[in-house]
Design a binder for this molecule. Structure first.
Ligand SMILES: [Zn+2]
Ligand SMILES: [Zn+2]
Length: 322
């Protein structure tokens, strides 16, 4: 299946490189997956900017592939993706289904685990998630970020009567927009880019360009811009006892006076990764044209170009096809 045991990979070690690496060795509890599609995420861009210290090696955590080698032979040939947080399996978090908070975890292409921007990737067999035939590759590539978007619903109660403000129209922002709109809540989405906001036109969301946004009061504000100034806007728009959800990681430290949170008894919560099973369920029950968000497609060998393309402010989702 693999030529001369050599594969192409996009690696990072102070700079981005395309390398020829040996086909991964399968550790006893791992499966080897032949990668058929991968997606570039903001986290990948942030690693290349030095935002995630200490990572070097093969980048990438969003992928779909065909299982090549596994202990459970019924998995071989199946179309899969994998959960990206690999916990120790024995701590309190791991035994309660919260591997993504295990203090000893490794994270695919982010912490101590070689990623998926390669022809083949090795992942713990138990992290594999089978993708139902009804979900095309170009929709399935959104499972990981969609799970992250859906995590909000695990943390905050949102009903049809909840008035929600979403700040941000990036890749994750749009997924959060689709997800929030599907709840039927009273949703306003504020973003910088008309052409990105337009993806949400067909939903029930009210979409507003940032320049023409008049601040109002909301029950829940979701901050997905990654820009620390948006937190000021979030604080101005949150009702007393409301909830602000921070959905981005921030390249810079943030300075703000928390008195407003105290006086108004506002909850400020962080939100990161979610469960893949919920994302798959969402894709099976919501016919949202996520595939339309893919506006860049490159081979692994074109990885440098792909990263450059993906970091342009106007682009949305870049995929790599080995
Ligand atoms: Zn991601
Ligand atoms: Zn653990």
């Amino acid at each position: 299946m693999h030529n001369n045991n050599i594969m192409t990979a996009i690696t990072f070690d102070k700079s981005l490189e395309i390398q020829q690496l040996p086909y991964p060795d399968r550790k006893p509890k791992d499966a080897i997956v032949r990668v058929t599609m991968t997606g570039i995420c903001n986290t990948d861009l942030e690693i290349t900017k030095g935002y995630v210290p200490g990572f070097s090696g093969v980048l990438g955590h969003e992928f779909i592939g065909i299982v090549q080698e596994a202990k459970d032979i019924t998995l071989i040939g199946k179309r899969c993706t994998a959960e990206i947080n690999f916990g120790c399996g024995v701590c309190n978090y791991c035994t309660n289904g919260l591997e993504r908070h295990c203090p000893h975890r490794s994270v695919l292409g982010i912490i101590n685990q070689q990623g998926c921007f390669a022809d083949y990737v090795s992942v713990p067999e138990k992290s594999l998630v089978h993708i139902p035939d009804e979900i095309s590759n170009r929709r399935a590539i959104f499972i990981e970020p969609l799970a992250a978007a859906l995590e909000i619903l695990d943390q905050v109660t949102i009903t049809k009567r909840t008035k929600v403000l979403l700040l941000g129209d990036g890749k994750l922002g749009l997924l959060i927009g689709y997800m929030l709109a599907s709840t039927g809540c009273n949703l306003t989405v504020v973003g910088k880019h008309r052409h990105k906001l337009n993806y949400l036109v067909a939903t029930s969301a009210r979409i507003v360009q940032r320049d023409s946004f008049a601040e109002d009061i909301y029950d829940v504000v979701v901050e997905a811009t990654g820009n620390s100034s948006a937190l000021t806007m979030a604080m101005n728009c949150i009702k007393p006892r409301g909830t602000i959800v921070l959905k981005s990681t921030y390249a810079q430290d943030m300075q703000f006076n928390p008195s407003q949170l105290v006086v108004n008894e506002v909850s400020l919560i962080g939100s990161r990764c979610g469960q893949f099973s919920k994302a798959i369920d969402f894709l099976l029950h919501n016919n949202i044209p996520l595939e339309d968000m893919i506006d860049g497609e490159f081979s692994l060998a074109q990885g440098i170009e792909a990263f450059e393309f993906s970091s342009r402010p106007k682009t949305i989702k870049t995929i790599l096809v080995p």
